[in-house]
Design a protein around this ligand. Structure first.
Ligand code: HEC
Length: 111
């Protein structure tokens, strides 16, 4: 009986681990970010200007979800970012999110 219970707990634990988003390698993310994303979002996600959202310090799962939505064309349908995300693998997305989330968001106030 307790064995069945233990395997049930194990099965539940495993499936929730699989459902969680993979976490990436920030060093690899930095390399990719410098080549592709930096022109608009800045090499550290600080953004090149008000037309481009800051990515620095944003939560990792938020960044991953946003990129997956652009890639799939669901919920977020921005033509620029759809093009950017189209060629990214799940690993690329995880690496990029790990890089930008590790960067200092700083504090911006207008006054
Ligand atoms: C040519 C300029 C450009 C490039 C290059 C670019 N982006 Fe973007 N990105 C944008 C714009 C514009 C938006 C806002 C789109 C919108 O309104 O949905 C955006 C939005 C995003 C968002 C959502 C931010 C938020 O706060 O919700 C993420 C995440 C993102 N970009 C990641 C990336 C990554 C990673 C790369 C490199 C692979 C990249 N972008 C390359 C222009 C760019």
């Amino acid at each position: 009986m307790s064995r069945i219970f233990a395997s049930l707990i194990l099965a539940v634990g495993l499936s929730s681990a699989l459902a969680a988003q993979a976490s990436g390698n920030p060093t690899k993310g930095e390399e990719k970010a410098k080549v592709v994303c930096a022109a608009c979002h800045g090499a550290h996600g600080e953004s090149a200007g008000p037309d481009f959202p800051k990515l620095a310090g944003q939560p990792e799962d938020y960044l991953q979800t946003a990129l997956k939505h652009y890639k799939a064309g669901v919920r977020r349908k921005n033509p620029i970012m759809m093009g950017m995300a189209a060629g990214l693998s799940d690993q690329d997305i995880a690496d990029l999110a790990a890089w930008f989330t590790s960067q200092d968001a700083g504090l911006y106030t207008k006054y």
